[in-house]
Design a protein around this ligand. Structure first.
Ligand SMILES: [Fe+2]
Length: 288
């Protein structure tokens, strides 16, 4: 049994209005406001991003999808065997997440509030984003990817592969070995998860970035212009990655972590071979 993809992402923020501007006005998602939370739709799912009104900036849930009920039960058992407390999501929370069933646990290596689930609710009508964004690359490749700074790099690699069933895609070691990232896949997306030991004064357990994938370079370029025009801080300028070949830029979200918006990412196939790269980018991705 293995995770089948990154399903959803929920966060707490005191900056809901700025998040709305980013997700709706810049990235063309459809918003549905409820009591204390706004749901953002970007494909056929009811929503994949949920922004909760709060007084702090924090990740509320990284949601990993399982294929069906038995895979979900097996995954919950596998995580319990690792020694982690796993609790079923209440019916009310499943209704809020728009999933059939799920469980909550604190990821023992990244310390992220994490959920596993199956059976997302699909909307009847097809979805088209607004603001000139042509669409999001999701489907069997999932929502995108998340990247964590983790204290125990070896344990991270062990937990995500042996317990959660991810497979290693590749590794990048750069800046004379000061920086080191390992990338994991669970579907054709090159990576749904990556981990890095912290460097500089970054505390371990920090959420580094969420990646979303548009369907064309125009989506990325249009969003980039809009980010620059609105004065949204850029974390890394336009560039192209060595390993997944994604053409992207990174912005600083209102919560302080990164959001990578990219396109043209490579996909892993049957004969994938793990590699090590000596730099994360072929070109670009410079600090502004
Ligand atoms: Fe990324």
């Amino acid at each position: 049994m293995t995770i089948s993809g990154l399903g959803y992402f929920a966060l707490d923020t005191a900056e809901s209005q700025k998040w709305h501007e980013l997700l709706s006005d810049v990235l063309g998602m459809a918003a549905e406001a409820a009591d204390g939370v706004t749901f953002y739709r970007l494909d056929e799912w009811h929503h994949r991003i949920a922004v909760y009104d709060a007084e702090v900036e924090s990740v509320r849930a990284v949601g990993w999808q399982l294929e069906d009920e038995s895979s979900l039960d097996e995954m919950a058992e596998s995580i319990r065997r690792y020694g982690v407390h796993v609790e079923p999501l209440s019916d009310a929370l499943c209704a809020e997440r728009k999933v059939t069933a799920g469980h909550h646990f604190i990821d023992p290596v990244s310390e992220m509030p994490t959920e596993i689930f199956y059976g997302p609710v699909y909307e009847q009508l097809p979805f088209t984003p607004s603001r000139g964004i042509s669409g999001y690359w999701t489907g069997e490749d999932g929502l995108g990817h998340v990247v964590y700074f983790v204290a125990d790099y070896q344990r991270a690699k062990d937990f995500y592969t042996n317990t959660m069933g991810f497979r290693t895609s590749d590794r990048i070691v750069w800046d004379d070995g000061e920086k080191d990232a390992t990338f994991f896949h669970c579907n054709p997306r090159h990576h749904s998860l990556a981990v890095m030991p912290p460097f500089g004064d970054i505390p371990p357990g920090t959420f580094n970035h969420l990646m979303l994938q548009g369907r064309s370079i125009n989506d990325v370029g249009i969003a980039y212009d809009r980010v620059r025009d609105r004065g949204i801080p850029v974390m890394m300028d336009l560039g192209k990655h060595t390993n997944d070949l994604t053409e992207s830029f990174y912005l600083v979200t209102p919560s302080g972590f990164g959001l990578e918006f990219g396109c043209n990412s490579t996909r892993v196939g049957e004969n994938w071979q793990v590699k090590t790269y000596d730099a994360p980018m072929i070109w670009g991705h410079r600090s502004p």
